[in-house]
Design a protein around this ligand. Structure first.
Ligand SMILES: CC(C)(COP(=O)(O)OP(=O)(O)OC[C@H]1O[C@@H](n2cnc3c(N)ncnc32)[C@H](O)[C@@H]1OP(=O)(O)O)[C@@H](O)C(=O)NCCC(=O)NCCS
Length: 189
């Protein structure tokens, strides 16, 4: 079974980042991230157009957490105390101890290693505390930065899953990438 130990909320820390619950007070910063068409480009959602929509995201994160369906962390840059993105683990398969990972970073902060740093902490939490066996991601072809981040974190490219996801009304293939607990343990011995 997956260990869903989300109470109290697991705050994670790295050199430059704090990963914590997304609060209502983060609404403007979350809106800034998710209203950007470049951030939304390969994802299910259309760029947000109002703060109310960002509040709906925050309410959904809270609800999914309470239902043990998904955990979303706000990525806070310690230097400025601002939310610069989010990352999540969801689509839990309890028997197989498998989850999907998701993430986004504000465009102004791309290329500074923040996604790699945040996901590194989340993956460590997933394997060492949640006792996951497999963390997977499906990436829309063309999202090369996302593939690069996962490769840096030692995810393996497994192949193409055909027409897997409905992205803004269009069925898109997905690049399937994953990392297994035993590989992670070997790499971090
Ligand atoms: C994917 C994303 C989270 C990466 O965030 P980030 O903080 O810029 O990531 P990092 O800085 O840790 O690493 C990005 C790497 O990709 C590289 N990269 C950036 N754009 C690239 C491109 N078009 N092609 C290939 N590599 C690219 C960077 O050079 C960097 O590699 P390096 O460290 O070897 O130089 C960010 O681009 C994003 O939020 N995109 C929109 C949302 C999204 O696509 N989420 C993932 C859904 S699966």
């Amino acid at each position: 079974m997956i260990n869903k130990c989300f109470v109290p909320f697991p705050i994670l820390e790295t050199d430059r980042l704090l990963l914590r619950l997304v609060e209502k007070t983060d609404v403007e910063q979350l809106y800034e991230v998710l209203s950007d068409a470049e951030v939304a480009k390969f994802d299910y959602f259309h760029p947000l157009t109002s703060l109310d929509q960002a509040l709906e995201f925050i309410a959904r994160f809270k609800n999914e957490l309470e239902e043990n369906e998904e955990i979303t962390w706000g990525i806070i840059l310690k230097e400025t105390n601002r939310l610069i993105g989010t990352c999540c683990l969801g689509s839990f398969d309890d028997g197989a101890r498998r989850v999907e990972i998701g993430y986004d970073i504000a465009q102004a902060e791309w290329g500074k290693g923040y996604a790699t740093e945040a996901l590194g902490a989340v993956i460590n939490y997933g394997f060492n505390t949640m006792n996951l066996n497999r963390i997977e991601a499906t990436i829309t072809p063309g999202n090369d930065a996302s593939v690069k981040v996962l490769k840096k974190l030692n995810f393996e490219h497994e192949g193409i899953v055909r027409e897997r996801d409905l992205i803004k009304g269009k069925l898109e293939d997905g690049i399937m990438m994953s990392i297994l607990q035993r590989d992670y343990v070997l790499l971090h011995k």
